[in-house]
Design a binder for this molecule. Structure first.
Ligand SMILES: Cc1cc2nc3c(=O)[nH]c(=O)nc-3n(C[C@H](O)[C@H](O)[C@H](O)COP(=O)(O)O)c2cc1C
Length: 381
């Protein structure tokens, strides 16, 4: 394929380059994948107001998220096993984000460790926390994020129990891959990926291995989550984490107004309206359909961020117009990474930037800060 023009182009390229079990890991939702699809589909239902004959020069997409400058209202979402889309994936994606000027969020379940990412970046990145039963490990993990200079902690609230993704079970997903006939066939058809993976030593969960005790089965995500993640996690734990961390705190996975109010009560700096990219409660509404209600409920008390289903710069613009101060992309950057490594992540960001910029101009706006509900067309068919 020639130069990728859309996120869909990057997805096509990634599908050809990444072994099936890891491509499917990104391109999957829970159970029927209905919520996963709705996240994307509902964006198409929102129409933009076309405006003409207004000055469109000197446009700006610059903004802030939790007080930190961003070249556009887009951050890279925390995604587990990113180093399996491409060797050293988290390090490459963090560098691409830094060069572009947008936040990068490292997942607890990353392949490259906090220290690995720190070693190849010069500006602070963000760290996403999954709360495990072993609170001593959590204290140490937060300490490591502080030590690395991370400038925001993103606590994920919607994955204390893993939603079932059929593809992962059928593919026998694990990191590193277990040797079976099925996985051998998947790897044999992706020689470039294998070569790059052989050149790195980072093939397991870098934040966990050698740091957490009593971890008996790390390669199986399902078994490990069931064993280690704390299903008793509560709002009290969020307060404990907030005190321990002492910096900018973002609560991720809010899809309900009542939960949004409880999150605002904790004094956190932001929430992320999210259904985990349709990977957890299949049957939940799309993220974008819940955004206006949540902004209405808490928008004056806490910064509201958004993720789920963004596949273009227009989608970011729509989310901002509906009240999101910032957004996150998961799969779009993973497809870029799988397709082309670091330049692929830059390509994903550039595609989104360009689409957002042109769409904003054609809506008659020059500054993303001024894009509100007035750029949404009031049409129903
Ligand atoms: C492959 C994959 C792995 C993910 N891993 C994590 C994770 O480790 N922690 C987390 O908070 N969210 C995780 N998420 C959810 C993302 O942070 C984000 O909510 C979601 O990808 C947004 O939807 P999008 O992919 O449509 O942009 C993951 C998503 C994907 C696709």
């Amino acid at each position: 394929m020639s130069k990728p023009l859309t996120i869909a182009d990057l997805k096509t390229m990634a599908r050809r380059r990444v072994p099936k079990m890891f491509f499917d890991y990104a391109d999957s939702g829970a159970w029927t994948e209905g919520t996963y699809r709705a996240n994307e589909d509902d964006f198409f239902k929102i129409k933009l107001r076309q405006r003409v004959l207004v000055d469109m020069t000197n446009r700006s997409l610059a903004t802030t998220m939790v007080g930190q400058a961003a070249a556009m209202p887009v951050a890279l979402a925390p995604t587990g096993m990113t180093g399996m889309q491409h060797a050293d994936g988290e390090m490459l994606a963090a560098q691409a984000a830094e060069e572009f000027g947008v936040p990068f969020t490292l997942s607890t379940m990353s392949i490259c460790s906090i220290e690995d990412v720190r070693s190849v970046t010069t500006k602070p990145f963000w760290f996403q926390l999954y709360v495990l039963k072993d609170r001593g490990f959590i204290e140490r993990l937060i300490g490591r994020a502080k030590q690395a200079g991370c400038s925001a902690l993103v606590v994920t609230a919607d994955l204390q129990i893993l939603g079932q993704r059929h593809k992962d079970i059928r593919n026998g997903l694990s990191a590193p891959p277990k040797w079976t006939l099925n996985s051998a066939l998947q790897l044999a058809t992706r020689p470039q990926w294998c070569l790059e993976m052989l050149r790195t030593k980072r093939r397991g969960f870098g934040n966990i291995v050698g740091h957490a005790s009593n971890v008996s089965d790390l390669s199986s995500l399902g078994a490990w989550t069931a064993e280690q993640f704390d299903p008793r996690l509560s709002w009290d734990d969020i307060r404990w984490i907030k005190d321990l961390w002492g910096g900018k705190l973002i609560i991720k996975g809010i899809l309900d107004e009542e939960d949004a109010r409880a999150a605002a009560d904790t004094g956190a700096d932001a929430i992320i309206v999210s259904n985990h990219g349709g990977r957890q409660l299949d049957g939940a509404p799309s993220s974008i359909s819940m955004l206006p209600k949540i902004v209405e409920a808490v928008g004056d008390r806490i910064e509201v961020h958004f993720d789920g289903g963004i596949r273009s710069g227009q989608d970011v613009l729509k989310a901002v117009a509906l009240g999101a101060k910032g957004t996150y992309i998961g799969r779009p950057f993973l497809y870029g990474l799988g397709a082309m490594g670091k330049p692929g992540v830059t390509a994903a960001l550039e595609i989104i930037r360009k689409e957002m910029d042109i769409s904003m101009a054609l809506c008659g706006k020059r500054d993303i800060q001024t894009c509100g509900h007035d750029i949404i067309a009031d049409v129903k068919f």
